[in-house]
Design a protein around this ligand. Structure first.
Ligand code: NIG
Ligand code: FE
Length: 452
C-alpha cells in the first residue's frame, strides 16, 4: 500500500519519517481507511461555486475516508466510516489530527521552460516594466531562445523536479501550456514532454497548446509577420497537435504586444475545429475585450483579469467561463493592481486561483502562497480561496466530475496540512505546511519537517 511498511501508516500521526513514497503506477492500491482529520474539507455539492456558495467547504470534524483502488468509496465521520465492513480489512492511515482537503488543482502553468529569468527580475526591481523588457527582446522571447537551445532531456529534468515541488505544496493536478517554443519542432517537443511526464510521474497533467503566446522573432521583421505566423499555427501546427492528440485546450495571449482580439478569435476558432477547447490569457496588461470574447466562444476559462471593466464583470458573472485569478503575477511584478476578485464574486462569477508558474511573471509553484495572496490582496476569505483552488479550478479544466472535492466516486486526491485550522494554510504565508499529498489513493509526498 501507500507507506510500504505493511503496517498502519503513521499510527501516531507524527511519524512521517517512517513513510515511504511510491511512484510505481502499476502498483495499484487496494482499500485504504484514512482517519484522524481534525477538519476534513470535502467541498461536497454539485458544480462550481459562485457567490455565497464559494465559502461553503462542507467540513467534517474528525473526518474519515475510505478509498478503493484510488477512488473515494466513503466519506464521513470517523465513527461512520470505520463502521463499514470494508474498513476493517483496509490498510490504515491516521492523519493525527491534521487538516485534509482536496489536492490543489493548479489550472494555469507554463511548466516547460529552460531556465529562470532572474536577470530580468533585477531590471524590474530597478524600474524597468515587464513590457519594456519584452520590447527589447527580453520577456517571452528570452525564454523562447533558451528553450530552443535546450535539449529535451534538460527540459524534462527541470519540469520533473518542478512537479515534485508542486506535489510537496499539496498540488495533485497541473495544467501545462506550451508557448516557449513558437516553431513547429519546439512546440511539438514541449507538448510531447507533457505526455511523457504525465505517464512517468504521479501528478495529472492537463496539456494546453499556447502556440499563440507571442509572434516569434523570425516573423517580426516580415511584412504581415503576425498573419504568417497565425497561418503556421492554424495550417501546420494545429493539425499535427490534433492528430497526435497532444493538447486538450488551446490558449492565446490576447494582449498589447501579443495577439489582438480579432486574431485571438480566429486562432481559438481554428483550435475548436481541431478539437481543442478554448481558454484565454485575458485583460492582464491592457483591456482588449478578451474576457467577453472568452464568454462568446464558450471558453473553459479566462485568466488574469486585472484590467476588466464593469461590463466584463457583469458578463463573467452570468457565464460558465471560469474567471481564473493569478495574483502571483502582480506580486512578482510589483504591480499594485490586482484583479477585482470581490466584484467578480459578487457578480456571481466562477472565480478560480492558479500559480501561473512561469519564469517571467510568476516563478512560484506554491498554491498555499497563492492562497495567502488571494486573502490579503484580493480580499478573499480563506474558505473562498480554497474553493477557488480546488472545485472551481477543476471545473475550469473540465474535470469537476473526477477531482476538486472529496466525494464518493471521485479520485482520492488529498492534501494534508500540518495545521489545526484550515485558515492557517494561507495565514502562515510563505511557510510550507503541507504534510502529505495523496494522488489516486497513493502517498506521493510526505514532509520531513517537524511541526511548528
Ligand atoms: O501568464 N502573459 C503571458 N504569459 C505569461 C508570462 C510569460 C512570460 O513572461 O514568460 C503569464 O503571465
Ligand atoms: Fe500564463
Amino acid at each position: 500500500m501507500k507507506n510500504g511498511t505493511g503496517r498502519n501508516a503513521c499510527p501516531t500521526g507524527r511519524r512521517a519519517g517512517l513513510l515511504r513514497v511510491r511512484h510505481n503506477t502499476e502498483d495499484l492500491p487496494g482499500s485504504l481507511l484514512i482517519t484522524g482529520a481534525s477538519q476534513l474539507l470535502t467541498l461536497r455539492g454539485h458544480g462550481p461555486r459562485r457567490g455565497n456558495s464559494l465559502f461553503n467547504l462542507g467540513i467534517i470534524e474528525d473526518g474519515a475516508l475510505l478509498v478503493r483502488d484510488g477512488v473515494i468509496a466513503a466519506v464521513g465521520t470517523h465513527a461512520q466510516v470505520e463502521a463499514l465492513p470494508e474498513a476493517r480489512a483496509a490498510e490504515k492511515l491516521d492523519l493525527g489530527g491534521r487538516v485534509a482537503l482536496p489536492g490543489f488543482v493548479d489550472s494555469h502553468t507554463h511548466l516547460i521552460h529552460a531556465a529562470s529569468r532572474a536577470e530580468e527580475y533585477e531590471l524590474k526591481i530597478e524600474g524597468a516594466s515587464y513590457e519594456e523588457i519584452a520590447r527589447k527582446g527580453g520577456g517571452i522571447l528570452n525564454s523562447v531562445k533558451k528553450l530552443r537551445a535546450a535539449t529535451s532531456e534538460a527540459l524534462k529534468k527541470r519540469a520533473a523536479a518542478a512537479l515534485k515541488k508542486f506535489a510537496a505544496y499539496g498540488t495533485t493536478t497541473v495544467e501545462a501550456k506550451s508557448g516557449y517554443g513558437l516553431d513547429i519542432v519546439s512546440e511539438l517537443k514541449i507538448l510531447g514532454l507533457h505526455r511523457e511526464l504525465a505517464a512517468e510521474q504521479p501528478l495529472e497533467i492537463v496539456s494546453t497548446f499556447l502556440g499563440a503566446h507571442v509572434v516569434p522573432a523570425e516573423f517580426r521583421g516580415k511584412a504581415d509577420g503576425a498573419e504568417k505566423y497565425i497561418a503556421l499555427l492554424t495550417e501546420r501546427l494545429m493539425p499535427e497537435v490534433a492528430s497526435q492528440k497532444l493538447a486538450e485546450f488551446c490558449d492565446v495571449f490576447c494582449d498589447r504586444g501579443a495577439f489582438t482580439r480579432a486574431q485571438s478569435k480566429r486562432i481559438l476558432e481554428a483550435g475548436k475545429e481541431y478539437g481543442m477547447a478554448p481558454r484565454l490569457h485575458a485583460e492582464q496588461l491592457s483591456r482588449t475585450g478578451a474576457a467577453q470574447l472568452a464568454v462568446e466562444l464558450g471558453a473553459a476559462s479566462c485568466d488574469h483579469l486585472e484590467q476588466v471593466n464593469k461590463s466584463d464583470i457583469r458578463v463573467l458573472g452570468k457565464s460558465r467561463t471560469v474567471a481564473t485569478l493569478l495574483p502571483g503575477c502582480d506580486f512578482h511584478l510589483g504591480l499594485q493592481k490586482y484583479a477585482p476578485a470581490r466584484e467578480l464574486i459578487d457578480a456571481g462569477a466562477i472565480v478560480s486561483l492558479a500559480t501561473d508558474y512561469n519564469p517571467g511573471t510568476s516563478p512560484t509553484l506554491s498554491m498555499p502562497m497563492i492562497l495567502s495572496l488571494a486573502c490579503t490582496q484580493l480580499r478573499m476569505r480563506p474558505s473562498e480561496a480554497i474553493a477557488a483552488a480546488t472545485i472551481n479550478a477543476a471545473y475550469g479544466l473540465r474535470r469537476e466530475n473526477n477531482i476538486g472535492s472529496l466525494e464518493v466516486g471521485k479520485q482520492a486526491d488529498i492534501a494534508v496540512f500540518e495545521v489545526a485550522d484550515y485558515r492557517e494554510i494561507p495565514y502562515y504565508f510563505g511557510v510550507d505546511h503541507c504534510w502529505m499529498t495523496v494522488k489516486r489513493g497513493r502517498v506521493i509526498h510526505v514532509s520531513k519537517q517537524s511541526p511548528i
